[in-house]
Write a protein that binds this ligand. Structure first.
Ligand SMILES: [Zn+2]
Length: 197
């Protein structure tokens, strides 16, 4: 297969290079257990996939096609108004582990993944691996309306060790993520790290 016919390829590099999301593609990051299940479900429908040394999987999707997703253990790397996300992209020829590699190599037939199909596979994998979304319907901390797609945005720890979970509806979860309060951001990062291990 001629590499000249590839729909896209990373700029020439000898190592993993941080490339900005939102320019050629957005990236969908999934924790290993959910990601591998979704990859199986997608079968031939998957596009190119990068896997990092921790087993985390990254799909490339059309810019803007996945920005309102809220799935557990899944994050969308996209260009936001106030920040830019970068994805570590390995050279084209790196197709074997260990280390960051193309788990599904770029080819004429494999580049962007259809975001709708990817969402379906990840949502199904999410339920299969993690069980039902906890406690179902919850009240958004901000608009105080019930939501069927609660997103856990924070956990406040009380003195006794019991935590109070804070939920948001998907639109307000995005707002909450941009809250400048450093403490909340730090806690969220800690939770993120915990979830992807
Ligand atoms: Zn809300």
């Amino acid at each position: 297969m001629s590499t000249g016919a590839l729909p896209w390829e990373p700029p020439p590099a000898v190592d993993v290079e941080a490339l900005p999301a939102g320019k050629w593609w957005d990236a969908v990051r999934a924790a290993p257990t959910v990601g591998e299940r979704a990859l199986e479900m997608l079968g031939d429908a998957t596009g190119a996939v990068i896997q990092d040394k921790y087993g985390t999987l990254y799909w490339l999707v059309a810019v803007g096609s996945a920005t309102s997703w809220h799935l557990r253990q899944v994050r969308v790397l996209a260009e936001l108004a106030d920040e830019c996300s970068y994805l570590g992209v390995p050279p084209n020829s790196w197709t074997t582990p260990p280390g960051t590699h193309w788990c599904v190599p770029l080819s004429v037939d494999h580049y962007l993944t259809d975001a709708f199909k990817l969402w379906g596979a990840l949502a199904e994998a999410d339920r299969a691996v993690l069980g039902p979304v906890p406690q179902g319907r919850q009240t958004c901390y901000r608009c105080e309306l019930p939501t069927d797609e609660p997103v856990i945005v924070d956990v406040e720890h009380g003195g006794s060790g019991a935590g109070r979970t804070i939920y948001a509806c998907p639109p307000h979860a995005r707002t909450y993520q941009r809250d400048p309060v450093a403490e909340a951001a730090a806690m969220r990062r800690a939770l993120d790290r915990g979830r992807t291990r």
